[in-house]
Design a protein around this ligand. Structure first.
Ligand code: FAD
Length: 412
């Protein structure tokens, strides 16, 4: 008899888990309350960030974070009524900034990032979605020598992990991307970095491929589980309940309450980001951009140019504050002066973030038939394919191609 797996959450991570589980021979059902790609996977910057091994917490963060939280122009925001819940997260975040921790976290992230294309490319090819991926590289820009100097630690972390990048002056950067402001004095060029030109359509294309392979997608909100002595046996939704042989929980930031119901507590917070879409801008970009001074990314997409940024700590489903999207768009227009357009759309989505900048990928410490795949913070699109591959190997009972010890659910 074919063994069955139910994947909760059809974001980029859940859909890739579902596809790899099919490849392992399982009969797979995906459950999502809003359909494929509805969460953070819809509106992200689209970068397949091979240079993203650097964690969010770096030495010096203890001085920086409080200052940023009280600065109204800062990209870091905390809704004050959320403080009691976020405080323990920030304490762990600061602890993760010790140099030895940073090295270990960067190693763990690099383990996954170095296999990003090994995980994602076969799925993109199977889905016939290659046209949604561009290999045009990325420029990280600096508008002062001081800002560039303060990036030395992060550059060194990347270099020591073999990330291929070139350091450019402002003129060299503008030769690669003429639309950049003359204010740029330095840039890091990552020539081999790819991006998707439509993150939502990419997840939807992968989900359609899953259905073509015989997978089922159920639109329902998971509310809880019916437990037997050795683990959950039924998944309770706002509609019908569903039999569950094995469960993969991949519901992004919304995994936290469901994991708690399954006996595992994780410090997972919504680091809410915003985007503004410039539908038909005068400026056409050749490459993806990240501004180190402005904490934004600007990506050429199929339907225009997308500017993303902000890290707002609040409940995942609290109403968005679109002033944040407008702040992002103002910075994007300063970085790329020709970025004007008649029609502009705005969006908010929650990055699922752990304080130690690592996802949870592994088997539940409580129940043998439960697996976790969530908490991919700023790099969940990039890591979706390799996470799916690892979950496939794990559920099939095979040795995983990456040591999953750093990503254990019970490490906190
Ligand atoms: C502004 C911004 C820019 C970003 N840029 C990048 C980037 O350039 N590159 C990159 O790699 N990453 C980027 N990220 C991060 C990336 O978007 C996330 O890490 C990734 O999308 C997480 O995917 P996921 O599948 O885990 O979660 P999600 O995409 O959030 O999916 C979770 C799914 O679970 C479903 N769900 C939730 N609760 C339930 C329930 N109870 N029952 C059923 N279904 C449920 C939701 O409907 C949703 O579809 C960015 C994020 C933001 C916000």
């Amino acid at each position: 008899m074919t063994k069955a797996v139910t994947v909760i959450g059809a974001g980029a991570v859940g859909v890739c888990c579902a596809l790899y589980l099919q490849r392992e021979g399982f009969s797979v059902e995906l459950i999502d309350r809003s359909g494929p790609g509805a969460g953070a996977s819809a509106g992200n910057a689209g970068n397949l960030g091979i240079a993203s091994c650097v964690p969010a917490a770096l030495p010096g963060v203890l001085r920086k974070v409080p200052r940023m939280l009280f600065d109204s122009t800062s990209p870091l925001k905390l809704r004050w009524r959320h403080l009691p819940r976020a405080l323990p997260w920030f304490v762990r975040f600061i602890a993760a900034a010790r140099p030895a921790q940073v090295e270990a976290i960067a190693d763990a992230r690099q383990q996954l990032l170095s296999r990003l294309h090994e995980g994602l490319d076969p799925l993109v090819a199977e889905a016939g979605a290659q046209a949604l991926i561009e290999h045009s590289g990325l420029l990280m820009t600096f508008e002062s020598e001081a800002a560039f100097a303060s990036a030395a630690y992060a550059i060194d972390l990347r270099r020591r992990r073999g990330v291929a990048m070139d350091i450019l002056d402002g003129n060299e950067a503008r030769q690669i991307e003429p639309a950049l402001t003359p204010a740029i004095v330095r840039a890091i060029h990552v020539p081999r970095l790819a991006h998707t030109v439509d993150p939502l359509r990419l997840t939807q294309a992968l989900a359609r491929c899953f259905e073509r392979n015989g997978g089922r997608i159920l639109r329902a909100a998971v509310r809880g589980f019916e437990m037997s002595s050795d683990g959950p046996r039924r998944i309770l939704t706002d509609g019908a309940s569903v039999d569950a042989d094995r469960i993969v929980l991949a519901a992004g930031v919304w995994s936290r309450p469901l994991a708690a119901q399954l006996g595992t507590r994780v410090p997972l917070e919504a680091e809410r980001g915003y985007h503004t879409m410039f539908a038909h801008p005068q400026a056409r970009l050749r490459v993806a951009l990240m501004s180190a001074d402005r904490y934004i990314a600007v990506t050429p997409m199929a339907d225009g140019v997308r500017a993303t940024g902000m890290a707002e700590f609040a409940a995942p489903d609290a109403p968005p504050d679109m002033d944040n999207a407008r702040r992002v768009s103002r910075h994007a227009q300063a970085l790329v002066p020709g970025l004007t357009a008649d029609r502009v759309s705005e969006w908010m989505g929650p990055r699922p973030s752990h304080p130690d900048s690592k996802p949870v990928i592994g088997r539940s410490p409580r129940f043998a038939n439960v697996y976790f795949a969530f908490g991919h913070d700023h790099i969940g699109l990039a890591l979706s394919g390799i996470t799916g591959k690892l979950i496939g190997e794990l559920v099939a009972g095979r040795p995983t191609s990456v040591d999953l010890t750093p990503f254990r659910p019970d490490r906190f």
